[in-house]
Design a protein around this ligand. Structure first.
Ligand code: ADP
Length: 232
């Protein structure tokens, strides 16, 4: 039964992936085609618009491919953490300063709360940042305009606790159990939001490799809180 479920998820994934790779490819092809055909006297007006469309779509494509490659690497267990001791206050201040461009819908607000002082800990700083970026991007993507997203870092006993909370579309209890598996996307979101269902699976691999845990609490229609803890 598990194999069947896995195989069904995989087929669905391939379909979604095909769609996701084709969608950004279309504007790249159309825009670069127009640029190519355009007489050089007319080029200046349109160049800005078309080249930014090409740039945006290529970035989406590159990100999807990166997710695919990451998943391959992580599920084969061929990635290694590069742990470095770091002052967590300095680290999270730096990471926070790069988060606001990820919140893109009009009126969405990002609130950041970082407890101080935090201890020093050994982490893989770029992989952990990838987890935070993923959770914040999802919070923005699955929330409406004019909503609030919060990013909190605190101490909870022997653990560091990081929470990303949104007041977006939420996730049913049944779906919550599956979201951290590769390829799974909540049924109701598949058509409406871009994505291939690998981000959370990758986050889980990274957090577990640090000896931590990742989980979600959510109510459909009310919002979600994705949390992870790291023993320091
Ligand atoms: P993707 O966003 O590319 O589909 P993820 O692995 O990051 O892949 O997320 C898996 C699924 O979890 C999403 O398709 C969505 O259904 C659900 N999800 C993730 N984050 C949120 C959130 N903040 N609010 C509601 N649903 C979410």
């Amino acid at each position: 039964e598990e194999l069947e479920e896995e195989s069904a998820a995989r087929s669905n994934f391939i379909e979604v992936l095909g769609h996701e790779l084709r969608t950004p490819l279309t504007p790249i092809l159309v825009s670069s085609g127009i640029l190519n055909e355009m007489p050089s006297s007319q080029k200046s007006d349109m160049v800005g618009k078309l080249s930014s469309s090409i740039y945006r779509s290529s970035r989406v494509l590159a990100q999807r491919l990166e997710e695919l490659l990451d998943l391959g690497r992580y599920s084969r267990g061929t990635f290694q953490l590069s742990l470095q001791p770091i002052n967590l206050n300095v680290y999270f201040e730096e990471v926070s300063s790069r988060l606001s461009p990820l919140i893109t819908k009009p009126g969405q607000k990002l609130i950041i709360e970082i407890a101080s002082p935090l201890p020093e800990a050994s982490i893989d700083s770029s992989l952990l940042e990838q987890v935070v970026i993923n959770l914040i991007s999802n919070a923005g993507k699955y929330s409406p305009e004019k909503s609030t997203i919060s990013f909190k870092v605190k101490i909870a006993g022997p653990d560091l606790l990081i929470e990303v909370q949104d007041d977006g579309i939420g996730i049913s209890e049944e779906e919550q159990a599956r979201l951290f598996k590769p390829y799974h996307r909540a049924e109701q979101d598949r058509q409406k939001y871009p994505g291939i269902g690998l981000g959370l699976a990758i986050c889980k691999q990274i957090i577990e490799a640090h000896g931590g845990k990742i989980w979600v609490t959510s109510e459909l229609g009310k919002g979600s809180t994705f949390s992870f803890s790291l023993p320091y």
